[in-house]
Design a protein around this ligand. Sequence first.
Ligand code: ATP
Length: 498
Amino acid sequence: MSTTEKTTENAQLKDIISHAKEYGFVFPSSEIYDGLQAVYDYGQNGVELKNNLKTLWWKCMTQLHQNVVGIDAAIFMHPLTWKASGHIDSFNDPMIDNLDSKKRYRADVLLEDKAAEYEKAGDVSKAQALLKEMGRLLEAEDLKAVQQLIISENIKCPVSGTSNWTEVRQFNLMFSTQVGSVAEDSSTIYLRPETAQGIFVNFLNVQKSGRMKVPFGIAQIGKAFRNEIVARQFIFRMREFEQMEMQFFVRPGTEGEWYENWKAWRKNWHLALGVPTEKLRFHDHDKLAHYAKAAVDIEFEFPFGFKEVEGIHSRSDFDLTQHQNLSRKKQQYFDNDLNEDGKPYGNYVPYVVETSVGADRLFLMTLCNAYQEEEITEGDNTKTRTFLKFHPAIAPIKAAVFPLVKKDGLPEKAMQIFDDLKFDFKMIYEERDAIGKRYTRQDLIGTPFCIAVDYETLENDTVTVRERDTREQKRMHISELRQYIGDAVSFKRIFEKL
Ligand code: ATP
């Protein structure tokens, strides 16, 4: 990647970050104290967008699939959970420090960036060879060789520009804290680094209480915490974030088929949200996590390159078996369907296919994808219009109502429309400034419809409805508004594409 390209990409991300802050989407956490690295707060528009994305995911998983149900498990879990899952022993990232700049990096990320450079320069086979070699060394936990690879690839610290590297060390990403009122009886517990384990430990509770038959899935949305070594790229990598995970329990031997099914279904889901095909791709893992038999990422082309938004993992019976061993409670399912020999399949520990997407990364993808700048000419003037082209179903505000002027009964009429539609949609009423400015403000937060009340409205109950993407205005009767907006913003528009 050339320096100019890199600068344009960074500039794009910078524009998006400042837009997100200026228009109430994302603020740095505790900003008055200069913020806290890799922690962010969602503002008045951001929380609406994020809630819409979460609700959409939830409904797509638990409403469109009659064999997927949801739970909401606690963040704190018994410490043995993390022993069983392997997080205490191996939830590590390889880190490396540059001795001149004193900056810390993830060794795998440095190598991945190098591979991306080769790929961008057209040398795909060199890129693949490097990733393969990295995968092999990490798998073998040969950290000395990982350091050698960084040096032989001539990777330099972007801050100091030198390759004065320390050795590579493993760093556990879990945050820990104490429970118990006095120091003596306190014991260490962890803030969960993934939501998945809350699902595994409830597998039998849900299966029995819901009389669920394999194959079935359990979905969950919740906070997860990781002490990430490198915090960068805005909300792409946070220390406190939200995951939306689904564990799908299947009969052993059928996991390959289910893995392919969910892989295709989840990619389609992102397409249905309005992400163009060329901005999404699958990326098979070069290094499999300790639990995985097969794993693929769905990557989106962020301004900083193709990066993971969602992971699909075939986790075998690893987690349930580990919990069975540590808790000494059977995690088995009795399958009374008949096999080829006409006998019930009987007792087994189900295999699991997982889909795992970060709500915050999905949010960033949605924002990057929606951010549009277009040149518009009005008379002799050409200007740039910035607008957020969200799918109407996830837009934070569905419609804004404006009286053309602040007198002659127009505000009252506009308020009546607002009061009537607010039962159905998240709306805004605005009467300040010229109407052009009000349209601009709604474009900037991605409101799909603006309803203007003018003098004609008082005569015949019609209004103009301006569409965000085309800027076209249509005249329609007030009684048509509910259906017109409702059709466009309904989740059904997304469901029917799945
Ligand atoms: P990465 O390789 O980027 O660290 P990962 O492979 O460790 O991610 P998973 O453990 O598979 O990620 O987590 C599933 C999803 O959770 C990811 O696809 C991502 O969307 C989200 N996620 C993981 N870590 C973070 C984080 N630190 N900040 C925001 N989202 C995250």
